[in-house]
Ligand binder design. Structure first.
Ligand code: GDG
Length: 475
């Protein structure tokens, strides 16, 4: 297969391919579509168009031939072990991630990491143009690949280029710290359409463009010039808030066996009156420490008591070799240990802490089991967990406590909105959710559910691709 590379009308480029390796019953290794939101949002368009997905398969130092799965061509881009360390763990997750999340942790700037980022972005761009048909649409995703739009434009002026940033774009005063800020802006401006989660992110980007590139930005439009000062094309920046596959989550939430599992989960934690839930990657941006601190103080104050209330905190392992991730895990585990030591009993724990990941069905059972969902991120591009919780509340009960610093807070206005830095305010928000009357919960949940059902992930991908297709081409 694949001696002569086939050409595709729609090419998605993301750091990871949307697949996980799986060993089948026959002991043979194969691939299974991973449950991520991105693939759900794109699957319908990938199948109706001739779709290819370019990305890393997840293991360093491994060369894999392109293959087909679920109607998509998957095109693996290899990464060496050093590139994984410098491009992915280094520049992407220890430079850009903290910089773009309000420098909650200090970003590190290393020229060797930048060199690796440049080299790997070039490889992704090459892989994408190799499989793109004449006049194809190429849609690039996220902060790991910000140079790819500019690189593709140089190689293939015929294609339409979209870029979507899943994480926040920071205020200029923070972005300006980046020694390679101009290169990043030029890379992004190679796209015809640059999508962000919130209008605020798009405004931050345009401000950075005004300060560094000097082209005039109006109505989100930027006239881009090439190295010789010749006008090249117009790029547009706009917000497209991402969402979830709401119908699929609702379908799972209505399954009797998943509802039964939710009842079991409540029983396993001692049938509390109120089960509170947190679901996050173990990441310092998610505000897990702030949430646990507020919960501990509520126990200390006597506003809540163990037995009546319990907190289930799922923190899935993430970026575990990085120092700041080791630190946050240590801090969270210390805090959990302290609370349980102080307030727990032999059979009742204050915090049920789970540092592993779960299958999709089990996640839905957890959402169904929870009376109060705590999303207290210090900064988050969108936060899909908040939307998933809402989508599973088929009985219109439960309350969502949601940080103002998530993209989701722009849309989910009927949540109990909190500032997680304000521990007193966070405690008040948690109590408001705990004490909310069923009538009030139902009123809020209905409005929240309507919003998530209308603006689902299929709507998101359609809006982005339609906007990209509708842009005037004047280059
Ligand atoms: C980035 C941005 C933006 C978590 N644990 C398990 C599991 N999950 C799933 C959740 C949810 C997803 O992972 C996490 O999405 P979030 O949006 O909450 O956060 P990030 O991972 O930081 O995502 C974020 C997003 O990109 C999309 O643009 O919203 O702001 O940071 O879907 O359910 N899923 C399963 N088991 C787990 O243990 N199956």
């Amino acid at each position: 297969m694949n001696k002569k590379p086939a050409k595709f009308d729609l090419v998605v480029v993301a750091n990871r391919l949307p697949v996980d390796r799986e060993v089948g019953p026959d002991g043979e290794a194969g691939w299974r579509q991973s449950p991520g939101g991105l693939v759900t949002g794109l699957a319908p368009v990938m199948k109706t168009h001739d779709g290819a997905w370019v990305g890393w398969a997840g293991t360093p130092d491994e060369e894999i031939e392109p293959f087909d799965l679920d109607g998509m061509r998957l095109v693996p881009v290899p990464l060496s072990n050093d590139e994984f360390t410098q491009y992915y763990e280094g520049f992407s997750n220890a430079t850009l991630w903290p910089l773009y999340h309000d420098v909650i942790a200090p970003p590190e700037f290393h020229r060797t990491w930048w060199d690796a980022y440049l080299r790997v972005n070039e490889r992704f761009a090459q892989a994408a143009v190799t499989v793109a048909a004449e006049n194809a649409v190429i849609w690039i995703h996220d902060y790991q690949l910000q140079l790819v739009p500019g690189m593709i434009r140089k190689l293939r002026p015929d294609v339409r280029i979209g870029f979507f940033n899943h994480i926040p774009f920071p205020p200029y005063e923070i972005f300006a710290q980046l020694p390679w800020r101009k290169q990043i802006l030029h890379g992004l401006l190679g796209a015809d359409l640059i999508g962000f989660q919130r209008p605020y992110d798009s405004a931050n980007f345009l401000r950075a463009v005004r300060r560094n590139v000097g082209t005039v930005a109006r109505n989100g439009l930027v006239r881009v010039t090439d190295e010789n000062g010749e006008e090249s094309h117009t790029a547009k920046a706009q917000s497209f808030p991402i969402s979830i596959d709401a119908a699929e989550l609702e379908r799972l939430a209505l399954k009797p066996e998943i509802q039964e599992r939710a009842r079991q989960i409540r029983e396993e934690v001692g049938n509390p009156e109120v089960l509170m839930l947190g679901v996050d990657r173990m990441d310092y941006t998610k505000g897990i420490r702030h949430r646990i601190k507020a919960f501990a103080e509520l126990l200390e104050d006597g506003a809540l008591s163990v037995g009546e209330v319990t907190l289930v905190q799922i923190a899935t392992p993430s970026r575990e070799r990085l120092e700041h991730y080791k630190q946050i895990r240590h801090d969270v585990e210390l805090a959990v240990g302290r609370i349980n030591g102080e307030y727990g009993g032999l059979s009742t724990q204050a915090v049920n802490y789970l540092h592993h990941s779960f299958p999709r069905d089990e996640m839905v059972a957890f959402y169904l089991a929870a009376d109060v969902m705590l999303v207290t991120a210090l900064r988050d591009g969108m936060n899909l967990v908040a939307k998933e919780y809402v989508a599973t509340r088929v009985n219109h009960d439960g309350a969502l406590v949601l940080s103002e610093f998530t993209g989701a807070a722009d849309e989910l206005r009927q949540a109990v909105l909190v500032n997680p830095h304000d521990i007193t305010g966070l405690k008040a928000g948690i109590m408001k959710a705990v004490e909310m009357t069923p009538r009030e919960s139902a009123r809020r949940m209905r409005a929240l559910r309507r919003r998530v059902a209308e603006d689902d992930v299929q709507h998101w991908s359609r809006m982005f691709l339609e906007t990209l297709a509708g842009l005037r081409r004047d280059n």
